[in-house]
Design a protein around this ligand. Structure first.
Ligand SMILES: Cc1ncc(COP(=O)(O)O)c(C=O)c1O
Length: 327
Protein backbone atom coordinates (compact mmCIF):
# COMPACT_ATOMS: atom_id res chain seq x y z
CA UNK A 1 0.00 0.00 0.00
CA UNK A 2 2.85 2.40 0.77
CA UNK A 3 4.24 1.84 -2.74
CA UNK A 4 0.92 2.02 -4.60
CA UNK A 5 0.90 4.03 -7.83
CA UNK A 6 -2.08 6.36 -7.76
CA UNK A 7 -4.07 8.66 -10.02
CA UNK A 8 -7.59 10.10 -10.24
CA UNK A 9 -9.70 6.97 -9.93
CA UNK A 10 -12.95 8.80 -10.69
CA UNK A 11 -11.51 9.44 -14.17
CA UNK A 12 -10.29 5.82 -14.43
CA UNK A 13 -6.68 6.96 -14.11
CA UNK A 14 -5.58 5.20 -10.92
CA UNK A 15 -3.41 2.22 -11.99
CA UNK A 16 -3.78 0.42 -8.65
CA UNK A 17 -7.58 0.68 -8.73
CA UNK A 18 -7.63 -0.46 -12.35
CA UNK A 19 -5.42 -3.45 -11.56
CA UNK A 20 -7.72 -4.44 -8.70
CA UNK A 21 -10.88 -4.02 -10.79
CA UNK A 22 -9.47 -5.99 -13.72
CA UNK A 23 -8.29 -8.83 -11.50
CA UNK A 24 -11.63 -8.98 -9.65
CA UNK A 25 -13.64 -8.99 -12.88
CA UNK A 26 -11.49 -11.79 -14.32
CA UNK A 27 -11.90 -13.95 -11.20
CA UNK A 28 -15.68 -13.91 -11.63
CA UNK A 29 -15.61 -14.15 -15.44
CA UNK A 30 -17.23 -10.72 -15.76
CA UNK A 31 -16.36 -7.88 -18.13
CA UNK A 32 -15.75 -5.16 -15.57
CA UNK A 33 -15.61 -4.27 -11.90
CA UNK A 34 -16.03 -1.20 -9.72
CA UNK A 35 -14.13 -0.48 -6.50
CA UNK A 36 -16.44 1.12 -3.91
CA UNK A 37 -15.85 2.19 -0.30
CA UNK A 38 -18.22 -0.32 1.35
CA UNK A 39 -20.44 -3.34 0.84
CA UNK A 40 -23.48 -1.22 1.59
CA UNK A 41 -22.57 1.15 -1.25
CA UNK A 42 -21.85 -1.80 -3.55
CA UNK A 43 -25.32 -3.21 -2.97
CA UNK A 44 -26.93 0.23 -3.31
CA UNK A 45 -25.31 1.05 -6.66
CA UNK A 46 -26.24 -2.43 -7.91
CA UNK A 47 -29.88 -2.15 -6.85
CA UNK A 48 -30.18 1.42 -8.16
CA UNK A 49 -28.60 0.42 -11.48
CA UNK A 50 -30.97 -2.50 -12.08
CA UNK A 51 -34.18 -0.75 -10.98
CA UNK A 52 -36.23 2.41 -11.31
CA UNK A 53 -38.08 4.15 -8.45
CA UNK A 54 -41.23 2.25 -7.53
CA UNK A 55 -39.89 -1.17 -8.54
CA UNK A 56 -39.78 -4.20 -6.25
CA UNK A 57 -36.74 -6.27 -5.40
CA UNK A 58 -36.91 -9.76 -3.90
CA UNK A 59 -34.51 -10.70 -1.09
CA UNK A 60 -34.48 -12.97 1.91
CA UNK A 61 -36.23 -11.28 4.82
CA UNK A 62 -33.17 -11.67 7.04
CA UNK A 63 -30.72 -10.43 4.40
CA UNK A 64 -28.41 -7.49 4.94
CA UNK A 65 -30.03 -5.74 1.98
CA UNK A 66 -33.51 -6.03 3.49
CA UNK A 67 -32.59 -5.53 7.14
CA UNK A 68 -29.55 -3.36 7.69
CA UNK A 69 -29.58 -1.57 4.34
CA UNK A 70 -33.35 -1.54 3.79
CA UNK A 71 -33.93 2.10 4.77
CA UNK A 72 -31.00 3.29 2.64
CA UNK A 73 -32.08 1.28 -0.38
CA UNK A 74 -35.75 2.21 -0.02
CA UNK A 75 -34.82 5.85 0.41
CA UNK A 76 -32.06 6.24 -2.17
CA UNK A 77 -33.06 3.68 -4.81
CA UNK A 78 -36.79 4.15 -3.98
CA UNK A 79 -37.63 0.45 -4.34
CA UNK A 80 -39.79 -1.77 -2.15
CA UNK A 81 -38.21 -4.93 -0.77
CA UNK A 82 -40.28 -8.10 -0.89
CA UNK A 83 -38.83 -10.42 1.75
CA UNK A 84 -38.78 -14.20 1.50
CA UNK A 85 -38.80 -15.75 4.95
CA UNK A 86 -36.76 -18.97 4.89
CA UNK A 87 -34.45 -20.77 7.31
CA UNK A 88 -30.86 -19.57 7.19
CA UNK A 89 -31.79 -16.99 4.53
CA UNK A 90 -31.55 -19.56 1.73
CA UNK A 91 -34.46 -19.68 -0.73
CA UNK A 92 -35.35 -21.70 -3.81
CA UNK A 93 -36.48 -20.95 -7.36
CA UNK A 94 -40.04 -21.92 -6.29
CA UNK A 95 -39.91 -19.30 -3.52
CA UNK A 96 -38.83 -16.70 -6.08
CA UNK A 97 -41.56 -17.76 -8.53
CA UNK A 98 -44.18 -17.37 -5.77
CA UNK A 99 -42.81 -13.95 -4.77
CA UNK A 100 -42.92 -12.75 -8.39
CA UNK A 101 -46.49 -13.98 -8.76
CA UNK A 102 -47.61 -12.42 -5.50
CA UNK A 103 -46.02 -9.03 -6.10
CA UNK A 104 -48.58 -7.62 -8.56
CA UNK A 105 -51.35 -8.56 -6.11
CA UNK A 106 -49.85 -6.21 -3.58
CA UNK A 107 -49.30 -3.32 -5.97
CA UNK A 108 -48.94 -2.64 -9.66
CA UNK A 109 -45.18 -2.46 -9.27
CA UNK A 110 -43.04 -5.17 -10.85
CA UNK A 111 -40.21 -7.29 -9.49
CA UNK A 112 -37.08 -6.03 -11.27
CA UNK A 113 -34.32 -7.73 -9.27
CA UNK A 114 -33.67 -10.77 -7.12
CA UNK A 115 -30.81 -10.63 -4.63
CA UNK A 116 -29.26 -13.66 -2.94
CA UNK A 117 -26.83 -13.35 -0.02
CA UNK A 118 -23.93 -15.82 -0.09
CA UNK A 119 -22.84 -16.61 2.54
CA UNK A 120 -25.85 -15.52 4.53
CA UNK A 121 -24.76 -13.44 7.50
CA UNK A 122 -27.81 -13.62 9.78
CA UNK A 123 -28.25 -17.31 9.00
CA UNK A 124 -24.77 -17.93 10.44
CA UNK A 125 -22.56 -17.88 7.34
CA UNK A 126 -24.77 -20.34 5.46
CA UNK A 127 -23.78 -21.24 1.91
CA UNK A 128 -26.33 -20.69 -0.85
CA UNK A 129 -26.23 -24.01 -2.78
CA UNK A 130 -24.98 -23.47 -6.33
CA UNK A 131 -27.75 -25.72 -7.67
CA UNK A 132 -30.40 -23.38 -6.19
CA UNK A 133 -28.60 -20.34 -7.57
CA UNK A 134 -28.55 -21.96 -11.03
CA UNK A 135 -32.28 -22.64 -10.91
CA UNK A 136 -33.05 -19.12 -9.65
CA UNK A 137 -30.86 -17.59 -12.35
CA UNK A 138 -32.46 -19.66 -15.07
CA UNK A 139 -36.00 -18.85 -13.85
CA UNK A 140 -35.16 -15.14 -13.69
CA UNK A 141 -33.53 -15.14 -17.13
CA UNK A 142 -36.80 -16.37 -18.65
CA UNK A 143 -38.61 -13.37 -17.19
CA UNK A 144 -35.78 -10.89 -17.80
CA UNK A 145 -35.11 -10.30 -14.10
CA UNK A 146 -31.43 -9.96 -13.16
CA UNK A 147 -29.99 -11.78 -10.15
CA UNK A 148 -27.60 -9.85 -7.91
CA UNK A 149 -25.47 -11.74 -5.38
CA UNK A 150 -24.58 -9.98 -2.15
CA UNK A 151 -21.34 -11.90 -1.89
CA UNK A 152 -19.80 -9.94 0.97
CA UNK A 153 -18.37 -13.30 2.06
CA UNK A 154 -18.40 -15.07 -1.33
CA UNK A 155 -14.83 -16.30 -0.85
CA UNK A 156 -15.84 -18.04 2.37
CA UNK A 157 -18.58 -19.76 0.37
CA UNK A 158 -16.15 -20.62 -2.42
CA UNK A 159 -13.42 -22.01 -0.16
CA UNK A 160 -15.87 -24.07 1.92
CA UNK A 161 -17.89 -25.44 -1.01
CA UNK A 162 -15.23 -25.75 -3.72
CA UNK A 163 -17.45 -23.74 -6.09
CA UNK A 164 -15.21 -21.28 -7.95
CA UNK A 165 -15.82 -17.52 -8.13
CA UNK A 166 -16.23 -17.98 -11.91
CA UNK A 167 -19.06 -20.49 -11.25
CA UNK A 168 -20.76 -17.96 -8.98
CA UNK A 169 -20.26 -15.37 -11.73
CA UNK A 170 -22.29 -17.57 -14.10
CA UNK A 171 -25.41 -17.57 -11.90
CA UNK A 172 -25.83 -13.81 -11.52
CA UNK A 173 -25.75 -10.61 -13.58
CA UNK A 174 -23.94 -8.67 -10.81
CA UNK A 175 -22.12 -9.57 -7.63
CA UNK A 176 -20.72 -7.51 -4.77
CA UNK A 177 -17.98 -8.78 -2.47
CA UNK A 178 -16.07 -7.21 0.42
CA UNK A 179 -12.29 -6.89 0.51
CA UNK A 180 -12.58 -6.08 4.20
CA UNK A 181 -14.18 -8.73 6.45
CA UNK A 182 -12.53 -12.16 6.14
CA UNK A 183 -10.19 -11.14 3.31
CA UNK A 184 -8.51 -8.74 5.72
CA UNK A 185 -8.06 -5.60 3.60
CA UNK A 186 -8.63 -2.38 5.54
CA UNK A 187 -11.32 -0.87 3.31
CA UNK A 188 -13.44 -1.51 0.29
CA UNK A 189 -15.76 -3.68 -1.75
CA UNK A 190 -16.10 -4.59 -5.41
CA UNK A 191 -19.06 -4.87 -7.77
CA UNK A 192 -18.60 -7.05 -10.86
CA UNK A 193 -20.82 -7.36 -13.94
CA UNK A 194 -21.15 -6.55 -17.64
CA UNK A 195 -19.71 -3.40 -19.25
CA UNK A 196 -23.22 -1.87 -19.66
CA UNK A 197 -24.19 -2.58 -16.08
CA UNK A 198 -20.90 -1.16 -14.78
CA UNK A 199 -21.34 2.01 -16.82
CA UNK A 200 -24.61 2.64 -15.01
CA UNK A 201 -23.17 1.55 -11.64
CA UNK A 202 -20.22 3.92 -12.03
CA UNK A 203 -22.50 6.84 -12.73
CA UNK A 204 -24.77 5.98 -9.76
CA UNK A 205 -21.64 5.65 -7.59
CA UNK A 206 -20.44 9.13 -8.53
CA UNK A 207 -23.91 10.60 -7.95
CA UNK A 208 -24.05 9.30 -4.38
CA UNK A 209 -20.56 10.55 -3.58
CA UNK A 210 -18.67 7.29 -4.03
CA UNK A 211 -16.31 8.63 -6.69
CA UNK A 212 -12.92 8.44 -5.04
CA UNK A 213 -9.67 10.06 -6.11
CA UNK A 214 -6.29 8.53 -5.21
CA UNK A 215 -7.90 5.42 -3.80
CA UNK A 216 -5.09 3.24 -5.18
CA UNK A 217 -3.58 3.25 -1.70
CA UNK A 218 -6.46 1.19 -0.32
CA UNK A 219 -7.04 -0.67 -3.59
CA UNK A 220 -3.48 -2.02 -3.34
CA UNK A 221 -4.40 -3.58 0.02
CA UNK A 222 -7.48 -5.09 -1.64
CA UNK A 223 -5.46 -6.60 -4.47
CA UNK A 224 -2.97 -8.06 -2.00
CA UNK A 225 -5.86 -9.58 -0.02
CA UNK A 226 -7.41 -11.11 -3.13
CA UNK A 227 -4.11 -12.62 -4.23
CA UNK A 228 -2.94 -13.87 -0.83
CA UNK A 229 -5.78 -14.27 1.66
CA UNK A 230 -8.39 -16.41 -0.06
CA UNK A 231 -7.09 -19.95 0.41
CA UNK A 232 -6.21 -19.40 4.04
CA UNK A 233 -9.92 -18.84 4.81
CA UNK A 234 -10.13 -22.61 5.30
CA UNK A 235 -8.28 -21.95 8.58
CA UNK A 236 -10.97 -19.46 9.63
CA UNK A 237 -13.58 -22.15 9.05
CA UNK A 238 -11.60 -24.64 11.14
CA UNK A 239 -11.31 -22.04 13.92
CA UNK A 240 -15.04 -21.34 13.83
CA UNK A 241 -15.82 -25.07 14.02
CA UNK A 242 -13.43 -25.49 16.96
CA UNK A 243 -15.04 -22.55 18.75
CA UNK A 244 -18.54 -23.93 18.12
CA UNK A 245 -17.52 -27.36 19.42
CA UNK A 246 -16.07 -25.91 22.63
CA UNK A 247 -19.10 -23.67 23.17
CA UNK A 248 -21.50 -26.58 22.63
CA UNK A 249 -19.76 -28.42 25.49
CA UNK A 250 -20.47 -25.60 27.95
CA UNK A 251 -23.52 -25.88 30.23
CA UNK A 252 -26.41 -23.63 29.21
CA UNK A 253 -24.94 -22.70 25.83
CA UNK A 254 -26.69 -23.56 22.60
CA UNK A 255 -24.91 -23.23 19.27
CA UNK A 256 -27.66 -22.09 16.93
CA UNK A 257 -26.06 -22.74 13.55
CA UNK A 258 -24.49 -26.16 14.13
CA UNK A 259 -22.90 -27.57 12.08
CA UNK A 260 -21.00 -24.39 11.33
CA UNK A 261 -20.51 -23.99 7.57
CA UNK A 262 -18.02 -21.14 7.30
CA UNK A 263 -16.64 -18.46 9.64
CA UNK A 264 -19.66 -17.44 11.73
CA UNK A 265 -20.84 -18.99 15.00
CA UNK A 266 -24.22 -18.01 16.42
CA UNK A 267 -24.90 -19.03 19.99
CA UNK A 268 -27.26 -18.35 22.84
CA UNK A 269 -26.92 -18.33 26.60
CA UNK A 270 -30.17 -20.04 27.59
CA UNK A 271 -30.61 -18.61 31.09
CA UNK A 272 -28.29 -15.68 31.73
CA UNK A 273 -27.43 -15.35 35.42
CA UNK A 274 -25.66 -12.00 35.19
CA UNK A 275 -26.52 -8.70 33.55
CA UNK A 276 -24.98 -7.67 30.25
CA UNK A 277 -22.56 -5.12 31.82
CA UNK A 278 -21.36 -7.73 34.37
CA UNK A 279 -20.93 -10.25 31.58
CA UNK A 280 -19.04 -7.79 29.39
CA UNK A 281 -16.76 -6.81 32.25
CA UNK A 282 -15.95 -10.41 33.17
CA UNK A 283 -15.05 -11.18 29.57
CA UNK A 284 -13.19 -7.91 29.08
CA UNK A 285 -10.95 -8.78 32.05
CA UNK A 286 -10.08 -11.97 30.15
CA UNK A 287 -9.28 -10.16 26.91
CA UNK A 288 -12.55 -10.78 25.05
CA UNK A 289 -14.84 -7.98 23.88
CA UNK A 290 -18.58 -8.50 23.48
CA UNK A 291 -20.90 -5.87 22.05
CA UNK A 292 -24.31 -5.19 23.50
CA UNK A 293 -26.53 -5.66 20.52
CA UNK A 294 -28.33 -8.91 21.11
CA UNK A 295 -27.46 -10.35 24.55
CA UNK A 296 -28.00 -13.25 25.35
CA UNK A 297 -27.55 -14.09 21.64
CA UNK A 298 -24.03 -13.83 20.30
CA UNK A 299 -22.32 -13.85 16.93
CA UNK A 300 -18.63 -14.70 16.71
CA UNK A 301 -16.78 -14.30 13.41
CA UNK A 302 -13.32 -15.62 12.59
CA UNK A 303 -10.90 -13.92 10.21
CA UNK A 304 -7.20 -13.60 9.56
CA UNK A 305 -6.63 -11.62 12.75
CA UNK A 306 -7.81 -14.60 14.81
CA UNK A 307 -5.55 -17.63 15.21
CA UNK A 308 -5.61 -20.78 17.35
CA UNK A 309 -4.25 -18.81 20.30
CA UNK A 310 -7.10 -16.29 20.19
CA UNK A 311 -9.71 -19.04 19.86
CA UNK A 312 -8.21 -20.80 22.90
CA UNK A 313 -8.27 -17.53 24.86
CA UNK A 314 -11.91 -16.91 23.96
CA UNK A 315 -12.90 -20.47 24.88
CA UNK A 316 -11.06 -20.18 28.21
CA UNK A 317 -12.83 -16.90 28.98
CA UNK A 318 -16.26 -18.26 28.02
CA UNK A 319 -15.65 -21.42 30.05
CA UNK A 320 -14.71 -19.39 33.12
CA UNK A 321 -17.55 -16.90 32.82
CA UNK A 322 -20.38 -19.23 31.72
CA UNK A 323 -19.06 -21.99 34.00
CA UNK A 324 -18.83 -19.67 37.00
CA UNK A 325 -22.35 -18.44 36.38
CA UNK A 326 -23.65 -22.01 36.13
CA UNK A 327 -21.91 -23.09 39.36
C1 LIG B 1 -24.09 -9.79 3.91
C2 LIG B 1 -23.60 -8.39 4.03
N1 LIG B 1 -23.81 -7.54 3.03
C3 LIG B 1 -23.35 -6.27 3.07
C4 LIG B 1 -22.66 -5.81 4.17
C5 LIG B 1 -22.21 -4.38 4.19
O1 LIG B 1 -20.83 -4.24 4.15
P1 LIG B 1 -20.14 -2.90 4.70
O2 LIG B 1 -20.11 -3.02 6.19
O3 LIG B 1 -18.79 -2.89 4.05
O4 LIG B 1 -20.98 -1.76 4.24
C6 LIG B 1 -22.44 -6.66 5.26
C7 LIG B 1 -21.72 -6.18 6.46
O5 LIG B 1 -21.66 -6.83 7.48
C8 LIG B 1 -22.92 -7.99 5.20
O6 LIG B 1 -22.74 -8.86 6.20
Amino acid sequence: MTHAKVGDSQRGEDPSVRALEQYAASLFGKEEALFVPSGTMGNLVSVASWTRPGDIIVASESSHVAGREGPGISNLAAVAILGIDTPGGIFTADDVARAIEEAPLRSRAKVRLVTAENTHNAGGGTIFPIASLRRIHSLCRKTGIPVHIDGSRIFNASVASGVTPADYGKVCRSLMFCLSKGLGAPVGSIVVGSRDFLEEARSVGVRIGGGMRQSGIVAAGGLYALRNNVRRMAEDHEHAKALAQSLADLPGIEVINAPVETNIVLFRWRMPTVSLPEFQEALHERGVLVDDRSFPFFRAVTHLGIGKKEIARAVRAFRQVFGRAAA
